[in-house]
Ligand binder design. Structure first.
Ligand code: 5AD
Ligand code: SF4
Length: 475
């Protein structure tokens, strides 16, 4: 069969179609490896959030299935950047790295360079790459990562750059290979996309409309993970609190958690991200009554000013946010709260910023990700005229960071000198013979111990608080 006939013979249904292409590419990769006298290597660099991290595990699953082995850096035969575009500096990093790759490709002409992720969903980015970065081989987006094998087949059997970007999709492809970064914990997508259109945010444009996976598929995936040694899952979605609304048989996120809780052998459940406007009392009850849901909630504030929140299209006020925090703390006194805050949204005055500081002081977060507002083309906020001058934003950012860090270093003392259950995650990167683990409330602890404990839940005494983490000892 020639190339055209081979492609025409591919099944239309997924995942069968991808399995077909995986078999074909496996041959092509093996042939190249034979010529080189060594296996082909691949390297994925992931920018951005947990969603991208999980997508990269799926992409690596496909690459390993077709015969690539994992390389350690960009000096590899297949280099893939899974990009983020939430803030401008993430984009700039990608262009910088692409420039550097062009030199490497000159030395290794067989090298393949692929780009995917949120940044590729922006038409002007794709145009720029087609024009100025012609050494890129494959570009795809956020809706078709499952197609990687087919795209590689296209590129390996043709001479042109392969560009395949979808504007959206209704379908969710299940049952493709995945290669997890950690054997004992895993992210699990429960939904894709976002319908909120916060006025600063590009995510709804690049990740598309909200789509929930069927609860049965989610449970089946987690059961499979647990059978494979996973003890902790992180349920992933841009707005998990609106999970299930668009399903044929709608269920709430709280109900999904009840079902996940029942999975035997699963020890810990985390989830991310919760939109305050959709956090129900039912969810608070489920968290309170759960043995497995971690004592941690990430609850993005974005701004403490009700006026700014309105322009941000967040659909809650400062008072409503604080009342929600009170309800959470009343039900679950030991819950750790973390947040995201944007400084310098258009029109933010000193008074607005003071409101944000006020919420930070009232809530006393365990930690907070603080961001300088970044103007994203195509979002409503980018067109607003009253952008805040850079020096003003920078000064506010520094004040906020200082406040957040001071509070975090006090809040952590709550657990000092107690013994806590810790999931051991990896060898400590700073000290030989030490391990790093996480408490249920997500705080990190380092302690002396043998690497055989990795993946186990152990009792650790939290001896000394060091700013935002603990030094501890095994009990
Ligand atoms: N500028 C700065 N921060 C942003 N975020 C989203 N969009 C922007 C932007 N344009 C932040 C929000 C969100 C987090 C993932 O990134 O705080 O919660
Ligand atoms: Fe962006 Fe708002 Fe959706 Fe979060 S909820 S992804 S901030 S639009």
């Amino acid at each position: 069969m020639n190339r055209k006939e081979i492609i025409a013979a591919a099944p239309n249904a997924e995942p069968e179609r991808q399995k077909y292409f995986m078999e074909l590419v496996k041959e092509l990769v093996a042939e190249r490896a034979r010529k080189k006298g060594r296996p082909l290597t691949c390297f994925i660099s992931t920018f951005g959030c947990q969603m991208n991290a999980r997508d990269s595990e799926k992409l690596l699953g496909i690459l390993e299935e077709i015969g690539y082995v994992q390389g350690t850096d960009e000096n590899s035969d297949f280099v893939l950047y899974n990009t983020c575009t939430v803030r401008e500096n993430a984009n700039l990093k990608v262009y910088g790295r692409l420039g550097y790759l062009s030199g490497m490709k000159r030395k290794n002409p067989d090298m393949m360079i692929a780009l995917c992720g949120c940044m590729m969903q922006e038409p002007q980015v794709v145009e720029k790459i087609k024009k100025s970065y012609r050494h890129v081989d494959i570009i795809f987006g956020t809706h078709n990562i499952f197609k990687l094998a087919e795209l590689i087949y296209d590129r390996m059997t043709d001479t042109k750059m392969v560009v395949d970007i979808w504007e959206g999709t209704d379908s969710i492809v299940e049952n493709l290979p995945v290669e997890r970064k950690y054997p004992f914990k895993s992210g699990v997508n429960i939904m894709f996309g976002c319908n909120n259109f916060c006025s600063y945010c590009i995510v709804p444009y690049v990740r598309g409309r909200e789509r929930s996976r069927n609860p049965e598929d989610i449970i089946k995936e987690i059961e499979g993970l647990v059978a494979d040694g996973v003890v902790e899952v992180m349920l992933l979605g841009q707005n998990v609190n609106s999970y299930g609304k668009t399903l044929e048989h709608p269920i709430t996120f709280a109900e999904l958690l009840r079902r996940v809780e029942k999975i035997e052998g699963l020890e810990r459940i985390r989830f991310m991200t919760s939109h305050p406007k959709d956090l129900s009392d039912e969810l608070i009850d489920v968290m309170r009554d759960s043995e497995k849901i971690c004592r941690h909630l990430h609850l993005p504030l974005q701004s403490g000013s009700s006026r700014i929140l309105k322009v941000m299209n967040r659909k809650y006020t400062k008072e409503q946010y604080l009342a929600l925090v009170d309800r959470l703390r009343a039900a679950i006194p030991d819950i750790a709260l973390t947040t995201d805050i944007i400084v310098g949204f258009p029109g933010e005055t000193e008074e607005d910023f003071e409101e944000t500081l006020d919420v930070v002081r009232k809530v006393r977060y365990d930690s907070a990700f603080t961001f300088i507002y970044s103007r994203r083309t195509g979002t409503p906020a980018a067109a607003m005229e009253n952008q805040v001058p850079e020096e003003v934003v920078k000064a506010r950012f520094d004040r906020l960071l200082k406040e957040v860090q001071e509070i975090a270093s006090e809040v952590i003392l709550r657990d000092a000198h107690t013994v806590q259950k810790v999931l051991v995650e990896e060898p400590d990167t700073h000290e030989e013979g030490f391990l790093t683990g996480r408490l249920s409330n997500n705080t990190v602890v380092h302690f002396k111990g043998d690497a055989s404990l990795i993946g186990k839940i152990v009792d650790v005494s939290l001896d000394e608080a060091k700013g935002f983490y603990f030094m501890g000892s095994l009990k």
